[in-house]
Design a protein around this ligand. Structure first.
Ligand code: ADE
Length: 243
């Protein structure tokens, strides 16, 4: 899968994603990250890409022409998704990551300053995507989060030991707590069932912990989760003991 990132700071993208799992996936050719410098498509001698906003106001706006030319230089297929990272977009989530991971190639446009001329956004962007209700200095960090979350869903990117089958959100619940050696740390014991060697019991315990955790930490997710009979009994018991 290929990601083309249109940015004023290509080295931010390439340097941050060259290490660890995503770096390995690039070396293995499972994913390709092509950071394109919008400034290379400036038509002026000083390589300017921004200008004052019409109507006045603080800050500068990225001109439409260099963005459009940078995009055209990619020569992507007609239906390629073009994401624009902006706080005005759809909130990014695991479901969107899964949707994007089905694509062969994705273009990601990163804004800076006061934004990008609206006309080029209308012309090339298919999806506006937000990292959350806060404002970053630019879209690069948001783009990296999208690339990371999407890439790890591609077959071969995660090793067996880094499996994503049982992680938070994959089944609508947060992940159960994890423990490793030593068996006692600061007087706290590892839950005995995890040392029992009984995988059936471990699975049941983990599912119950995931339920309780989701209830406590993400009541919004818990509300959407469909409880089975056993889940309902577990939660009734949990709430009775809590009060
Ligand atoms: N650019 C600036 N802030 C952003 C956000 N919250 N999400 C995505 N892109 C952004």
């Amino acid at each position: 899968m290929k990601f083309d990132v249109l940015t004023l700071f290509p080295e931010m993208i390439t340097s941050a994603l060259e290490g660890s799992i995503i770096g390995r996936a690039q070396k293995e050719g499972i994913i390709e990250i092509n950071a394109v410098d919008i400034r290379d498509f400036s038509k002026d001698r000083q390589r300017h890409v921004d200008d004052y906003p019409y109507g006045g106001g603080a800050g500068m706006v990225i001109k439409p022409q260099p963005v459009y030319d940078a995009f055209k230089s990619l020569e992507v297929k007609e239906n390629t998704k073009v994401l624009y990272m902006t706080p005005q977009g759809r909130p990014f989530c695991q479901r969107l990551a899964e949707e994007f991971s089905k694509e062969e190639e994705i273009v990601i446009l990163c804004g800076h300053y006061e934004g990008i001329d609206e006309r080029v956004i209308e012309e090339i962007v298919t999806d506006e995507v937000s990292m959350g209700d806060f404002v970053l200095t630019g879209g690069e960090i948001a783009a990296m989060a999208v690339i990371d979350a999407v890439s790890r869903l591609k077959p071969g990117v995660l090793g067996k030991e880094e499996s994503y089958k049982e992680e938070s959100f994959s089944d609508g619940l947060l992940e159960y707590p994890q423990y490793t050696r030593p068996p006692v740390f600061m007087d706290k014991e590892v839950p005995p069932v995890l040392l029992s060697g009984d995988h059936g019991k471990v699975d049941i315990w983990r599912h119950r912990e995931a339920l309780k955790r989701t209830y406590e930490k993400r009541p919004d997710l818990f509300e959407k989760y469909v409880l089975n009979t056993d889940d309902r009994i577990v939660m009734e018991q949990y709430l009775k003991n809590k009060h």
